[in-house]
Each structure stands twice: as C-alpha cells, then as structure tokens.
Design a protein around this ligand. Structure first.
Ligand SMILES: Nc1ccn([C@@H]2O[C@H](COP(=O)(O)OP(=O)(O)OP(=O)(O)O)[C@@H](O)[C@H]2O)c(=O)n1
Ligand SMILES: C[C@](O)(CO)[C@H](O)COP(=O)(O)O
Length: 249
C-alpha cells in the first residue's frame, strides 16, 4: 500500500492519505435523502412506483446484484418512513445512514461509514435505469484513471445561454462539453478527504467530481448510456418506465 501526500491547492496543509491502488473492494454509496421538490409528488420521488416497485428499489437491485460491489451504503432522510418496507432493506450487503441537507452532505455521511481502502462508487437513488454494462465500464476505467472517473455523455444539442428575460443571449460552444451522470467512482479515502475540505471551504459541490476538481484533480470521463436518466420532473417517470420495461424484456 502506498502513502501519498495529497494537497488540495486551496488547503494550506498537506494530509497523508492511504491509497491502495490494487484494492478491488468497492462500496456503492447511494444518496437517497432528497425530498424531490421538482417532482412535486406527495412523497419523495425515490419512493414513487415504476413497474411495480419503487425507484429506489430498482436502483438498489442494480447495485446489490453486481458481483464486484461488496457493500451498499444508502443515505436516508432523517424522517424516512418507507425504506424499512423495501424488499432490499434487510439485504446482507446493505447499510443505512442518515443523510444531510444537501446531496454532498448525504454522500459524505455515507462515506464516513465506508472502509478506507478501496473504491467508492456513488450513484443517485433517482437513476433507476443504470445498467450493469455501464457499471462494468466505469470499474474497468480504474486502470486508466487511478484517481477516479465518472460516467458522462457528450452534449448533443446546440447550447444557448439565456438572459433574465428568457431570451437567447449567446450560443455556447459545445466542444468538449459533457453531461455528468452517475455512478462516479473514486478511491474512497481521496474522495472523503476532498469532499470534506471542499464543503468546509464553501465550494459548490453538485457531484463528486466537483470536489475532486476543486482539489486540483482531473477525473476521467467514461461515455455512459443515454437511458441512465435522473428522474427529476414528472415527465421523466414515463421515460424511466419505458427504459426499465425495455431492459426487462
Ligand atoms: N439532501 C439530499 C439531497 C439529495 N439527495 C439525493 O441525491 C440524488 C440526486 O438529487 P436530486 O435529483 O436533486 O434529488 P432531490 O434533491 O430529491 O430533488 P429536488 O432537487 O427536486 O428536491 C437523489 O437520489 C436524492 O435523493 C440526498 O441524498 N440528500
Ligand atoms: C450528481 C448528478 O446526478 C450529476 O448529474 C446531479 O448533479 C445531481 O442532481 P442535482 O439536481 O444537481 O442535485
């Protein structure tokens, strides 16, 4: 095992981090503590039903059944009342923690329960259409990206910047622009260190890669499938159901 000195440019002191580049231990971290305000449903969107089971149950099935994932840590809302009733709730690979007020806080709470060595594969509860091929592809990318990588999709459309009146103010060059997806995969101790520091510094951290970028690291981009959508708005429900139906056919 190597001990390396990782220094975030914004952090004055250097901190020793244990990284085992050969570890194959993989922990999936599932932030599931959101309230789904944009969905506007009567319950948090991860508990809405698609094809007979909740969105969170679909997501957990994908992660719990993957042979290279050793443990799954789910971050739940402090007032969650539904998780215990899921068929996956008592799975031997599964652990729960209480999440925080932002997605990044929930991820950090789960990371604090993960073993130091090995890898953390962070995946939104709200992305139930993840495929095992995409998990395989991301795990295989560790050879090329020892400091971590994310699933992402190149931007396909012309991009416009709007002014405050809802008019186009400019066309944004889409060269090298990607949509960040999940899972996002990083050495656990490195992600914990940089996520903690980025949050303490007040950085905007909407995904794990943002925390690593803040620390001066350039995570890899691994092309993922377009059907790995995040269920965010009501019209995403129908689309996700169609993708799940096709995957089960
Ligand atoms: N405090 C939070 C906020 C979000 N999440 C999780 O992060 C994922 C992606 O977040 P998003 O789609 O934004 O979910 P919500 O925050 O629930 O949605 P909204 O922003 O519309 O309220 C979801 O699985 C959500 O449950 C979380 O674990 N803890
Ligand atoms: C992490 C993420 O899924 C990457 O696309 C996304 O940023 C999370 O959603 P949010 O709406 O930013 O919370």
């Amino acid at each position: 095992m190597d001990t390396v000195l990782e220094a975030a440019p914004q952090v004055e002191t250097q901190i020793a981090v244990q990284i085992d580049p050969f570890s194959h231990h993989v922990v999936a971290i599932v932030p599931a503590a959101g309230i789904g305000s944009r969905m506007g449903a009567s319950k948090p969107k991860q508990y809405l039903t698609l094809l007979g089971q909740s969105i969170l149950a679909h997501t957990l099935d994908k992660l719990l059944s993957h042979p290279q994932i050793n443990q799954v840590i789910v971050a739940l809302h402090p007032e969650d009342t539904e998780f215990a009733a899921l068929p996956q709730a008592k799975h031997p690979k599964l652990v729960t923690v209480i999440g925080g007020s932002e997605r990044a806080d929930s991820v950090l709470a789960a990371l604090d329960k993960a073993p130091d060595n090995g890898w953390a594969l962070v995946h939104d509860a709200a992305r139930p259409c993840l495929t095992s091929q995409d998990i395989d592809k991301l795990l295989a990318s560790r050879v090329h990206f020892p400091q971590g990588a994310i699933l992402a999709m190149p931007v396909r459309d012309t991009m416009k910047r709007a002014n405050s009146l809802g008019e186009i103010s400019s066309t944004v060059c889409r060269d090298n622009l990607w949509h960040a997806l999940t899972p996002q995969l990083f050495p656990t101790s490195l992600l914990r260190l940089h996520l903690k520091a980025a949050l303490a510094a007040g950085a905007v951290v909407t995904d794990e890669a943002s925390a690593m970028e803040w620390a001066g690291i350039s995570p890899g981009l691994v092309a993922g499938r377009a059907d790995n959508i995040k269920v965010t708005h009501p019209d995403d429900l129908e689309l996700a159901e169609l993708f799940l139906l096709r995957a089960n056919a």
